[in-house]
Design a protein. Structure first.
Length: 300
């Protein structure tokens, strides 16, 4: 058996098209342009790449994109002042503070200073609590993208056994909440889990989000299971030439694809869905802020 490849790149393109249609309607019918502000502190190269990509895709779907690039030694009060200004700006519907922040800044304090209604990352404790209690919230982008792909492939997830490997606040925990919300039986596994192989073998759905290259081998996968690989790990690839690298996920793709029913590739799986969901969350936040109906199919 060979798994169906879930094409996240193509799916993300359809999400962006839906977002663009909504943006266009908001402009035409209501004279509203959704606005997303991204705050970047310091010059982490990976963060700079993400932020540039977010800005480009935001304008491509017709939204307003604002970037605040702050010096690496920006003080906490100065950063909080920028967030306060964005919280009070009626043209800004989504605020994202790029993580990780420089060490001298308190990440929890900073994230929790964002207006929860504008927290398009879904990291504010209010949104975490709302998601955990099944109330309307902003949902973290990467788990939302995974959920969209799972729903698209399976239809209903009700009654399925799901194993999430990884317990981060950004992916593992919210992913588990979303799967529970769709009536899966959910296990969260992590570095201290006993008999991880046996736990994973029970799963109809495996979401791998640990940040360890190719750690899930194919013989852990139940035949026909759906494998969602959140990992993005860069490995040296001398066979491609000197200094070359390649991206791999948290699952060993070839051996898992030989057993799974469906699998997301790396790159081209979960990755492209994350920014698409950020755009979707911004439109959702804009609609809520203006008392308008939310876009269908773009929320949890
Ligand atoms: N850094 C890496 N991923 C993310 C993300 O999803 N949101 C934010 N704010 N920072 C990140």
């Amino acid at each position: 058996m060979s798994a169906k490849i879930i094409d996240g790149k193509a799916f993300a393109a359809t999400v962006r098209t839906q977002v663009a249609e909504h943006v266009s309607r908001l402009k035409q019918d209501h004279g509203i342009t959704p606005g997303l502000a991204v705050v970047l502190v310091g010059e982490d190269p990976a963060s700079q790449v993400y932020v540039r990509s977010k800005g480009k895709q935001t304008t491509e779907v017709g939204m307003k994109s604002v970037e605040h690039k702050l010096e690496v030694d920006t003080s906490e009060p100065d950063l909080l002042a920028v967030i306060d200004q964005l919280n009070n700006d009626p043209d800004i519907h989504g605020i994202l503070v790029q993580l990780p922040l420089p060490k001298h800044l308190d990440e929890d304090l900073v994230i929790n200073s964002i207006d929860p209604a504008k927290d398009v990352d879904g990291f504010h404790i209010s949104n975490v609590g709302l998601l955990g209690t099944g109330q309307k919230s902003m949902v973290p982008c990467t788990p939302l993208g995974c959920l969209m792909m799972l729903r698209d492939y399976h239809g209903s997830l009700s009654g399925m056994d799901a194993v999430v490997i990884g317990r981060s606040n950004i992916v593992g925990k919210p992913m588990a909440q979303l799967l529970l919300g769709d009536s899966c039986t959910v296990t969260i596994a992590h570095s201290r889990t006993k008999d991880l192989a046996d736990v994973v073998r029970r799963a109809d759905i495996v979401v791998a989000a640990v940040g360890r290259p190719e750690m899930v081998p194919g013989d852990w996968i139940k035949p026909g299971a759906t494998v969602i690989d959140v990992g993005i790990n860069r490995l040296d690839a001398p066979e491609r030439g000197e200094g070359k690298t390649r991206l791999v996920g948290d699952v060993d793709y070839d051996s898992c694809a030989a057993v799974a029913g469906a699998i997301t590739p790396v790159p081209g799986g979960v990755g492209p869905m994350t920014i698409a969901c950020l755009l979707a969350n911004t439109v959702t936040a804009c609609c809520r802020a203006n008392g308008l109906a939310e876009p269908e199919g773009l929320t949890a």
